[in-house]
Design a binder for this molecule. Structure first.
Ligand SMILES: C[S@@+](CC[C@H](N)C(=O)[O-])C[C@H]1O[C@@H](n2cnc3c(N)ncnc32)[C@H](O)[C@@H]1O
Length: 349
């Protein structure tokens, strides 16, 4: 869980900074969840060091309270997203409580207006919606409306789902995780595997939430790599370690016609890239290797001339990363392809 939190921090940073790195946002290659039409939205985000409280720390009880009540805020934004509150207000402009209640399906036969009142009180008190007291209407806050207009909302909705549904469950065990230096929150997920990826398939819908977000994220980041990577442009046989849904592999195969790619991912998840690769008509150029890069042997030395680690560095502990890098060095002579765009994406030959 701690590692997934680090991953989310990186994701938000990438979403915020992506526009300064990438030149082609809609150059995603395949199943990214959304196409951002106006990337300036990310530039408008405040710098991460520019938060209320700043380097001096928090100064007011309200700021402190916002942290203590953070769990409620997460669930309020999830409710607004999943019940369609933000989408409805974006499409219809300011609306009264009664109209919103009807549109969101929260109208009750016993006449209770409590559900819609709780939702609107929550969303308005944390600034997601704004109440016009004179007209008695609610509208979206500015940033949410701009996300809809610029095409960025889908990615944010995917992020909300991952945080509020998947990661939320394990957070309860955070203190114990720190005490024991292990992922105690895993016990929230059925299964015997020692990692969340392998347990997600056993909970209906959970794996889709993870990959929807992952695909949105990778659809943002992979054009950065492909636009600047000399390694990707000059290699022939690339090993995509933990290649996920094949968003990166499909993008690279389409862009670099000389590339053949082996996508290596766990047995439990290998069906996901298989479907995407088939749909993209790239079965002849992207092959699949089912197994674990932690417990299974690495491909033979010389079998590949490049390795892609996309969004792996952010999820593993130093010791696991060191082990992976040692095995990669044995497989091929490492030359890191590293710049602003490839912060989380290293390629070696
Ligand atoms: C954060 S995702 C990154 C997916 C993909 N590289 C991307 O950038 O979209 C991590 C991926 O690593 C895979 N993975 C995790 N542990 C693995 C292991 N031991 N062996 C193979 N794949 C693994 C997961 O199944 C998941 O698809």
């Amino acid at each position: 869980m701690v590692r997934l939190s680090a991953f989310a921090v990186c994701l938000v940073e990438l979403l915020v900074h992506a526009s300064s790195y990438c030149t082609a946002f809609d150059d995603a290659g395949c199943s990214g969840q959304s196409v951002v039409r106006d990337s300036s939205i990310w530039k408008a985000a405040p710098d991460k060091y520019d938060q209320p409280g700043g380097p001096e720390g928090l100064t007011t009880m309200t700021q402190l309270n916002n942290i203590i009540m953070g769990h409620a805020a997460t669930q309020i934004i999830l409710a607004g997203s999943q019940l369609g509150l933000f989408e409805f207000l974006h499409e219809n402009g300011p609306q009264t409580k009664g109209t919103i209640e009807e549109a969101l399906g929260l109208k009750r036969s016993d006449g209770s207006t409590r559900p819609i009142e709780v939702l609107l009180l929550g969303s308005t008190s944390i600034g997601l919606t704004v109440l016009d007291k004179r007209e008695k209407t609610y509208r979206n806050c500015e940033i949410i409306d701009r996300l809809f207009t610029t095409g960025g909302w889908r990615s944010i909705a995917d992020l909300i789902d991952l945080e509020a549904i998947i990661k939320y469950k394990g957070e309860f065990h955070f203190v114990e995780s720190l005490r024991k230096d292990t992922n105690v929150g895993l016990q929230e997920w059925p299964g015997a595997a020692d990692n969340l990826y392998s347990r997600l398939p056993q909970t209906p819908g959970a794996q889709k939430i993870f990959y929807d977000l992952m695909n949105s994220f990778t659809a943002f980041s992979i054009p950065c790599l492909s636009n600047t990577s000399k390694v990707a442009a000059t290699s022939f046989k690339l090993l995509d370690v933990g290649g996920g849904a094949a968003v990166a592999a499909i993008h690279l195969a389409k862009k670099f016609q000389q590339l053949s790619i082996t996508l290596w991912d766990q047995h439990e998840t290998i069906e996901i890239p298989m479907n995407h690769i088939t749909k993209a008509g790239l079965k002849g150029r992207i092959s699949l290797l089912a197994g674990s890069f932690i417990t299974d042997p690495f491909p033979e030395a010389g079998s590949h001339d490049a390795v892609l680690l996309s969004h792996q560095a952010v999820i593993w502990s130093k010791s696991v990363l060191l082990m992976i890098f040692k095995l990669l060095v044995r497989m091929c002579h490492i030359r890191l392809d590293y710049n602003g765009c490839t912060l989380f994406q290293t390629v070696c030959v």
